[in-house]
Design a protein around this ligand. Structure first.
Ligand code: NCD
Ligand code: ZN
Length: 344
């Protein structure tokens, strides 16, 4: 049995860190584990200009503890009205991608895209400049059942988009269904997907176990076991089209434990430990390094990180809550014992 895992320092290809004191509370956890992270732009107001992204990058960098080498990779929030010439400025400022949120699909997405055709001039500029498109792949049509919104998105949006922009590099973010896993596996070299730890660990029963559990509520919502199995197969397949993206999305505990609970699971405190648990349970620890540290940089055209992280099989109890600005933040699995622990 493997008891120690040393990996090339990994990256998190989908992360929410918020802003201000809340950001300062969560950035250290990610910087301890990952060399880089793709920073989601769904602040209020969203990050829609190169200048705002550069300023946000500086604020995040200032929250990285001394001695840790961590680079935030910035994204812009795609809107119906984003001017195409912002793409040139974005590329010059080092922005790596734009995020497509269908309007109303999830937390802070009201400024999102109402019709993807409105963004075609921007997508053309992105395809030319080599900027990636990161997609929250759910339709928002209220007539579509919540649990089917990702599968329907593939036919209504992804396939036409791929046909119209065959060389735009697209990441289908936080996929949750067997349909999405299969689609990405077959879609060719310009389409990849990120997988969260929570969608690999849990099916939708976790939300309802003994009562309603708000900390397991995220979007896209957890699905049936058959879908979790398909995601696990994709993550451990060795295919370079699938890589790590936590979608760690912190919300103050008081807002999660409320009559209307915001969507998002906070996993950054123990992200690598959770992925190690997933790959261990699947007998695929040998596939973890490529998934966490190799496939992402290859797809983004970036070098792999230098340096390593080490995890040991050593039970430890996650804190039930951690400070989050003036509030408290409850990590997924808080108060429970994890099997792996990062040592260095
Ligand atoms: C994210 C958030 O809280 O910003 N929530 C979530 O459930 N994943 C938004 C998102 O990525 O959908
Ligand atoms: Zn997200």
């Amino acid at each position: 049995m493997t008891d120690t895992l040393t990996l090339t320092r990994p990256d998190d290809w989908h992360l929410h860190v918020r802003d201000g004191a809340a950001m300062a509370a969560v950035v250290p956890a990610t910087a301890r584990q990952f060399g880089r992270a793709i920073i989601m732009p769904n602040l209020r107001p969203p990050i829609t200009t190169a200048a705002a992204a550069a300023a946000y990058r500086d604020r995040i960098a200032a929250a990285v503890p001394a001695g840790l080498d961590f680079t935030p990779l910035m994204t812009l929030y795609l809107t119906d009205n984003l001017p195409a010439d912002e793409i040139t400025r974005a590329a010059e400022a080092g922005v790596v991608a734009l995020k497509l949120y269908p309007a109303g699909a999830t937390t802070n997405s009201d400024a999102g895209v109402t019709d993807i055709r409105k963004t075609y001039p921007v997508l053309e500029a992105m395809q030319r400049a080599g900027l990636k498109l990161l997609v929250h792949g759910e339709v928002t049509d209220p007539a579509v059942d919540l649990f089917d919104r990702e599968a329907v998105f593939i036919d209504r949006v992804m396939r036409p988009l791929r046909a119209d922009f065959p060389e735009l590099k697209v990441v289908f973010e936080h996929i949750t269904t067997k349909e999405a896993a299969q689609y990405v596996a077959e879609a060719g070299p310009f389409t990849a997907a990120t997988l969260t730890a929570h969608h690999l660990l849990y099916n939708r029963n976790a939300i309802f176990l003994g009562g309603l559990r708000p900390h397991y509520y995220c979007l896209p919502v957890l699905k049936r076991e058959v879908h979790r199995q398909a995601l696990l197969a994709a993550a451990t397949s060795g295919s370079d089209r699938f890589f790590l993206g936590t979608d760690s999305a912190p919300h103050a505990a008081a807002l999660k434990e409320a009559s209307v609970c915001g969507a998002g699971c906070y996993t950054a405190l123990s992200a690598l430990e959770l992925y190690a648990e997933v790959f261990d349970a699947a007998g695929a620890l040998d596939k973890l390094e490529a998934f966490a540290s190799h496939h992402g940089p290859a797809y983004y055209g970036l070098p792999r990180n230098t340096g390593t992280v080490t995890l040991r099989r050593e039970p430890y109890t996650l804190p039930e809550a951690v400070p989050f600005g003036d509030a408290l933040l409850k990590p997924l699995r808080g108060g429970e014992t994890l099997a792996w622990r990062q040592t260095v």
